[in-house]
Design a protein around this ligand. Structure first.
Ligand code: 3PG
Ligand code: MG
Length: 398
């Protein structure tokens, strides 16, 4: 990877107060963390800094509180992190001021401290300079390991990087490296699979992708809008009819950029949106007027898999069917398993991320077989849209 920013290799950590921005915005149910993936991912960075004698001071947000709110305290997450790290993680009830400063003053080299939710202060999301200063004075340097929060220009994700020497953490490095391999400097041909319910939420993403990839598979509810735009009757399927002109514009842009658009050629249709609803495969010329397309059909899966075979790099965002309802997960699972097998055979570099994508790949049992799975939701989408991410940009030497 072209090293366009400083990493832990460049930092003198011993005895330093290291403000480490992490994304530990994890799912919590009844006070218990239900998925530790994000905690597992940041563990190497935390342990490396601690083992090099740095004082690790974690900065993070949780949820979207409007002010201090015990329900959105980071305390239970800090406890879960201690279990993942198998080391004590101290906790301070505020991320600035006397409470934070005195907790930091107690740290020995190699200790780990988690500060309370940065979003308890309004200055965080506003990237308010006074709040940035309050944070910055707690540390000697800043390490950003929160790619998945890098689309936010907040005080702890961006502002502070202008005040302290800034370094990328190991997870950030891995993430950027994987994403570079997928879109910036990929081994061609590159295929993208984009699914999800709505075109409206992914217009920018599709417009960017058609200029970068060689083939674009469109699945999920959003494919219905494209089919409708091409004159196909999609029955009662989810479809943003008003976006037909947008869909046609994207198709034209793809043609001009020499990107093949791969739409479904058949569909799995049901009459109820319910688990185990009776499902039928239909050709596109005969979708029943009262039916709903809930997944790509078997011929479409074969086509997607053949397109994956032609590719050297795959970037995947969004399930191609209503994967949360069996049997409408079939298309997503089959394509994911095919991509996983090609990856295992060293024929494919596969990168996936964003919202439901990780859950879908977990459901297919193949998350471990992809080259890289990003834990980022919104940040992954903005990266696919080709937008600069403030939390990454601030790491580049000025
Ligand atoms: C995420 O979970 O996607 C990140 O932590 C960002 O959270 P946000 O969408 O609340 O800014
Ligand atoms: Mg989000």
């Amino acid at each position: 990877m072209k090293k366009s920013f400083l990493t832990l290799d460049d930092a003198d950590l011993k005895g330093k107060r290291v403000l480490l921005r992490v994304d530990i915005n994890v799912p919590v149910d009844a006070g218990k963390v239900t998925d530790t993936t994000r905690l597992d991912r940041i563990a190497p960075t935390i342990l490396e800094i601690a083992d090099k004698g740095g004082k690790v001071i974690l900065l993070a947000h949780f949820g979207r509180p409007k002010g201090p709110d015990p329900k959105e305290s980071l305390r239970p997450i800090a406890a879960a992190l201690a279990e993942v790290l198998k080391r004590p993680v101290a906790f301070a009830e505020d991320c600035i001021g006397e409470v934070a400063a005195s907790a930091i003053a107690k740290l020995q080299d190699g200790d780990i401290l988690c500060l309370e939710n940065t979003r308890f202060h309004k200055g965080e999301e506003k990237n308010d300079p006074a709040f940035v200063d309050e944070l910055a004075k707690l540390g000697d340097l800043w390490v950003n390991d929160a790619f998945s929060a890098a689309h936010r220009a907040h005080a702890s994700t961006e502002g502070i990087g202008h005040k302290l020497p800034a370094y990328a953490g190991r997870t950030m490095q891995l993430e950027i490296d994987a994403l570079n391999k997928a879109l910036e400097a990929p081994k061609r041909p590159v295929i993208a699979i984009v699914g999800g319910a709505k075109v409206s939420s992914k217009i920018d993403l599709l417009e960017n992708l058609v200029t970068k990839v060689d083939a674009l598979v469109i699945g999920g509810g959003m494919a219905n809008t494209f089919l409708h735009a091409q004159g196909i009757n999609v029955g009662k399927s989810l479809c943003e009819k008003d976006l037909a002109p947008t869909a046609l514009r994207i198709i034209a842009k793809a043609e001009a950029a020499n990107c093949a658009i791969i739409l479904p050629v058949d569909a799995t249709v049901a009459y109820h949106f319910a688990p185990n609803a009776p499902a039928f495969a239909y050709g596109l010329d005969s979708i029943p007027a009262d039916g709903m397309i809930l997944d790509v059909g078997p011929r479409s899966v074969a086509r997607i898999n053949a397109a994956i075979d032609d590719a050297s790099t795959l970037v995947w965002n969004g399930p191609v069917g209503a994967f949360e309802l069996h049997p409408f997960d079939a298309g997503t699972v089959a394509a994911a398993q095919h991509a996983a097998a090609r990856t295992k055979a060293h024929k494919l570099v596969s990168v996936a991320g964003g919202g439901d994508t990780v859950a879908a790949l977990n459901q297919a049992g193949v998350a471990g077989d992809f080259t890289y799975i990003s834990t980022a939701g919104g940040a992954f989408l903005e990266w696919m849209e080709g937008k600069p991410l403030p939390g990454v940009e601030v790491l580049r030497p000025q």
